[in-house]
Design a protein. Sequence first.
Length: 301
Amino acid sequence: MVMAKPIRKAVFPVAGLGTRFLPATKAVPKEMLTIVDKPVIQYVVDEARDAGIEFFIFVTGRNKEVIEDHFDVQFELEHTLRQRGKLDALRALRRDLPKAGHMSFTRQQQPLGLGHAVLCASELVGNEPFALLLPDMIMKSERGCLSEMMSVYEKREGNVVALEEVPMEMTHKYGIVQPGTVRDDSIEITGMIEKPDPGTAPSNLILSGRYILQPEIFSYLKEQEPGSGNEIQLTDAMISLSNEQDFSGYHFRGKTYDCGSKSGFILANMAFGMERDDIAPNVVDAIEKIVGEYKQHNAKS
Ligand code: G1P
């Protein structure tokens, strides 16, 4: 049996402006907004690390330096924590850090779209398959979405994308796949389209933000013309690549929070907060009360 080439590197496109979260994102990158007490980007990096990723490639933009700082050793802070005997906090800081020399930061100089952001990572990825994680999407499951996708990749090789169902009326906001044969571990993909016009989607299965891609994607991205939204779309390059390589869809059954939207962000805070013994018991009654008041108010009006 041929062994699938290991996935060692992951790309995180973090150049987006985050206009939907203004004014919060005027000086703070959206990826640094916190879900409970960890920045959004940390959840996604942790998911990648848990899946065995060793090299972390961030495609950043202007005003994103603080992401780089977050993944650096904060000497003064560590010194103070040590002096104060706060060893748990110190350990947590250290645990969150990728190994020295295992992170790279490159800039997308112009906001030309997701496909262009991924292309910016091509020299750092080189000629090997890689994972791509969109940090807006926080995915919650026992093993982690990327780990689950790795199992499909090891068996099927080629390219693997995470899929999720959305209500049909939401399909124009996403990349959508046309499903073929449903296998035991994955779904054959027979077509893809980026943000189809309302009412024209071939299914309600969206590309939900996790990808395992072969390096040949870069040659298509280099030639890719702008598509939906006049941006260079990753999905369009994947459509070309799918003419020569397999794409398997992994139907993710965990819970996804789209933290690029305000409601997804609030829900993520609630969900992760509810898992914490130091938080849930202190807030659950108050949350029920707030929800009750909201419902009562809306019933009257
Ligand atoms: C991007 C992709 C799209 C995917 C979505 C998931 O769109 O282009 O295919 O479904 O992420 O969040 P964006 O959210 O950048 O518009």
